[in-house]
Write a new protein. Structure first.
Length: 378
């Protein structure tokens, strides 16, 4: 009997979900039935938290409850902050985040409880902002700072990170980034979180599993690598020569292009491009990188579009993060900050509705039975 091995679990359905719908042919992305463009344009991240965890957009009272839980949950144990600031400043930011969540898992170790799972998830989202902000502050040699309550999760996070009140444009861009990166079905990090949750491991530990997968260069880090391309190119005048030398001649892969699911332009990339353009109109440094990206996009689409390879969400997101003031080393941490809601929503959905221990099989292709020989006879 022949057995088909699905390399990389490609096209293997491991769960049903009511969270995220992707149409990779037509470039459509929806959360709980709502188009990503509508959510970015008209909803807040706090509204999305309620939508993803509870299934519906909140009314005013429900929205205030979400905001209240967030504003009350920014505090983390002192051991978390002291550990972050005791680590060498050249430590990998995602590795620092893994360490912080490992401490939370050790201290809290909350058991699964249908009555409190969703509220705990909101608390974890709040603590993720604190951890992410302080990873930046530790690496920059600044003092610890806990986010302060405000009307906006994005505002609290940015203010704690940089120690100053962000502009409305910055708040809106951060809010949009949180929404755009919230979920994308079951990529490697979400799958890792699901595997951990299937054992009924606590939510904090599931986040550690997700972060471990995200740390790998084939999953996280694409926004960093895409932006590094633009830095390497240096000016729009060098774009064509760089593309010919590096991409056409096959010396490098064009980062931020292509997607396992999308066979057209990633809808998230379109929104990030609009945000990047808005910042570019006001900032010469941002404008430089935006013009480089726009030229590389045209060259990339002209070269690879016939193969259904187009910009993905990471192509322009790094420019937005740069415009907000983040160094390149923080880009993947910002991905994690945004994706933690998706991870939590998926593991809650799985444990509460479809729970079964995830235990796949492997097809053995090694030698047949062999006779053991003592070391003297080998």
């Amino acid at each position: 009997m022949s057995v088909e091995v699905s390399r990389g679990l490609e096209n293997v359905i491991i769960k049903t979900t009511g969270l995220t719908y992707i149409d990779g042919i037509n470039g459509i992305l929806r959360y709980r039935g709502y188009d990503i463009n509508d959510l970015v344009n008209y909803a807040s991240y706090e509204e999305l938290i309620h939508l993803m965890l509870y299934g519906e957009l909140p009314n005013r009272q429900q929205l205030n409850q979400i905001k209240g839980i967030i504003n009350e949950s920014f505090e983390v144990p002192e051991q978390v902050i002291s550990t972050i600031f005791s680590m060498p400043r050249n430590c990998d930011a995602i590795g620092m985040m893994e360490t912080a969540f490992g401490i939370l898992a050790s201290i809290y170790d909350p058991k699964w409880n249908r009555a409190t799972n969703k509220e705990l998830a909101v608390q974890i989202i709040a603590k993720t902002a604190t951890i992410t902000a302080n990873i930046y502050r530790a690496k920059e040699g600044l003092k610890p700072k806990i986010p302060e309550p405000s009307e906006s999760y994005a505002e609290s996070f940015l203010a704690a990170t940089f120690g100053k009140k962000p502009t409305q444009e910055e708040i809106k861009a951060m809010d949009a980034s949180l929404i755009l990166y919230t979920d994308h079905e079951v990529p490697a990090s979400t799958t890792a979180a699901l595997v951990a949750s299937s054992t009924l491991s606590d939510m904090y530990s599931c986040i550690v599993a997700a972060l471990a997968a995200l740390k790998g260069p084939l999953h996280g880090g694409a926004a960093e690598e895409a932006f590094k391309q633009f830095v390497e190119i240096g000016s729009v005048e060098n774009a064509d020569k760089w593309f010919e030398e590096k991409i056409i001649k096959g010396k490098s892969r064009l980062m931020g292009f292509g997607h396992r699911v999308y066979k057209t332009y990633d809808p998230r990339a379109k929104i990030f491009k609009t945000l990047a353009k808005s910042f570019a109109e006001k900032n010469e440094n941002v404008k430089k990188y935006y013009e480089i990206a726009e030229r590389i996009e045209k060259l990339g689409v002209d070269t690879f579009g016939s193969k259904h390879i187009y910009p993905n969400t990471d192509f322009y997101s790094g420019i937005v993060f740069y415009a907000l003031g983040f160094p390149i080393y923080m880009f993947t941490s910002l991905f994690a900050l945004s994706r933690v809601l998706g991870w939590l929503a998926h593991i809650i959905e799985y444990v509460e509705e479809q729970h079964r221990l995830i235990r796949p099989r492997a097809l053995y292709i090694g030698p047949e039975k062999r006779e053991f020989k003592p070391i003297e006879l080998r």
